[in-house]
Design a protein around this ligand. Sequence first.
Ligand SMILES: *Cc1c(COP(=O)(O)O)cnc(C)c1O
Length: 372
Amino acid sequence: MTDPRYPFLDLAAVNASMLSDLKAAACRVIDSGRYVGGAECSAFEEELAAFAGTPYAVGTGNGLDALRLILKAYIALGRLAPGDEVIVPGNTYIATVLAVTDAGLTPVFVDADERTLNIDTSLIEAAISPATKAILTVHLYGRPAFDAEMAVVARRHDLLIIEDNAQAIGADAAGLKTGALGDAAAFSFYPTKNIGAIGDAGAVTTADKSLADTVRALANYGSDRRYHNIYEGYNSRLDPIQAACLRLKLSTADKETMRRRELARIYDSEIVNPLVIKPLRGNPDGSVWHQYVVRVGDREKFRTYLAANGVATDVHYAVPPHRQPCYSRYAHLSLPVTDMLAAQVVSLPISACTSPDDAREIANIINSYPND
Ligand SMILES: *Cc1c(COP(=O)(O)O)cnc(C)c1O
């Protein structure tokens, strides 16, 4: 197999532009002799909190753990209890739902909005029962899934708003950054995310000091101080080599967002094939375009055509959580928009390996996709 002319994502190439700085950051940690916690971790946490506009940030081992720790911390604080219902979008990556069921909470799936591909805010209130205690909103593909209507519904029913911000670092809505919109937010720095580590990493942001303290304790064996365990905790701490690399990456976040927005603008204006539905642009466009997702009727044919023309694509996601084998208990649910999206979505290249000229050429190739 030869490499495609337009790769979907090449992580080594993405990191090549800052390779010597990344190596120096990793070496700084190796030289320091401090391999868990320490100055790099606390510096990154401060920088992330400042970036997101939240008083507190706590590093975690990965994004799924960030979500799990938020939910378990709310349980430890008495704000949630096992069996409580949590509103989740049908159209999401499975990690969102895994965190809910792992905490002994019950996910209540709400279908997607065909225009935003995010949770359909207008369907949330009908899904609320007396057992509902939180909305876990997911800024999928980098697009903020938060609006005044969601905030009003949450307030009316005394619900927590928890953000799954794995895909949307730097996005903005309602004059705030994602991560600062709700009561708490989970970040992922999985290598393919907009700000990616050199391995697994995650974080929690919040304005609630007791939540931040509880997340930090739970992530460190449940201890509030050395050899003093107040919770039955876990081990999910941010690795200092990752923290040192992420400090570098975070300093480029605004540039990364601008680059992705430029590519999205090119796709928006240059793709004109009526067989291809483009994402609806928000107004204002708060998205950080983690993915540029188009929809087509015959996905296999479209992807095969693009591959034959040197354009690598991906699918996020072909099987939604409620259709996964592990969640057969939710397979009976009717989520028609989520199911339709799962059959139609295709993600186009939008990484740092894609230049504006590449995006124009990819748009030309898409415009030549034949209707036969
Ligand atoms: C990546 C991702 C996660 C999980 O993050 P990890 O760091 O891979 O554990 C959670 N939710 C969404 C929406 C994601 O895209």
